[in-house]
Unconditional design. Structure first.
Length: 299
């Protein structure tokens, strides 16, 4: 199983479309999110669950591409049927939408645990990626993930679309930049994930035809501390993977910094190529090398 923190690109693909699933599998995405929520009409859900389960079973070996499933929210009344329908295929994880309180994970964990036992899976195998900013209440509960952190919780992500609908607001200004409220939600999600010691995944770039915009957003997300980014179209994947894969010069510089501190383990500050370096520089260098190692796994 690929750890959530090692996944650069997470591509949504409708759970009821074999054609789009085949295309997504060839996209180069580190992970696919097989969607049973927004992209599937209610009357098509039974068939979509069966199709997703069949795909999971057909691809039991997932070294090159993880397979996650976005289910319907706990409050929807559909979650139990979603999980029962796909768990025989042993997904790598479940993407849980519209979470308003961290306490919801307790109920979802219980349902997953029962299904893991029923299907002879190792307890805790199926992880959770929580979409943590889709309701106004959720914003006030983000800090609770650190206190209620569960071994099943692998990552948090944020989204603007449902929150903007709940507020009756437009998430971006005329220049395409996030407005203050949505920047706040994004930043708070990132801080909440760090406090809970789990990965944080940046939200989608809705303009999938604008590769420059995708690249800008992905580069910014990487700079800000996100470990990956959601995608809604295969055309976005290459831009995201590139942004989260360090350049050769970055890797070489990071290697020199790590080596310098290794050679002087008692030093709090040292000089390298005319620059004074301290422990935050070492931490940043280690993170760059970790990103490079993750990129190598998926190359």
């Amino acid at each position: 199983m690929t750890a959530a923190s090692s996944i650069r690109s997470w591509l949504f693909v409708p759970g009821d479309s074999a054609r789009k699933q085949e295309k997504a599998a060839l996209s180069g995405a580190d992970a696919l999110i097989l969607d049973l929520e927004d992209s599937v009409a209610a009357e098509l859900l039974p068939a979509a669950r069966a199709r997703v389960c069949a795909l999971l079973r057909a691809r039991a070996e997932r070294a090159g591409q993880a397979l996650w499933v976005r289910v319907n929210a706990l409050s929807s009344g559909k979650l139990g049927d979603d999980l029962a329908g796909v768990m025989p295929g042993a997904p790598d994880g479940v993407v849980l939408p519209k979470v308003s309180r961290a306490s919801e994970l307790t109920e979802v964990d219980a349902q997953l645990g029962e299904l893991e036992r029923r299907h002879a899976m190792t307890p805790g195998t199926v992880k959770l990626l929580v979409i943590a900013t889709e309701t106004p209440q959720a914003i006030f509960s983000l800090g609770d993930f650190a206190n209620a952190a569960h071994a099943r919780l692998a990552a948090l992500t944020w989204g603007a679309e449902d929150l903007s609908a709940a507020l009756g607001a437009v998430a971006r200004d005329d220049n395409g930049a996030l407005t203050f409220t949505f920047e706040l939600a994004r930043s708070m999600c990132l801080l909440a994930a760090a406090a809970a010691e789990v990965a944080c995944i940046d939200g989608v770039c809705v303009d999938f035809r604008d590769s420059a915009a995708v690249s800008r957003e992905a580069a910014r997300a990487c700079r800000d501390g996100f470990s990956g980014k959601l995608a809604i179209h295969p055309a976005q994947v290459a831009c995201i993977n590139a942004a989260f894969s360090p350049q050769r010069q970055e890797v070489e510089r990071a290697q020199k910094i790590v080596a310098a501190f290794a050679a002087a383990p008692q030093a709090g500050v040292l000089s390298l190529d005319g620059q004074m370096l301290d422990r935050p520089h070492l931490l940043k260098a280690q993170r760059i090398l970790a990103r490079a190692a993750r990129a190598q796994v998926h190359s």
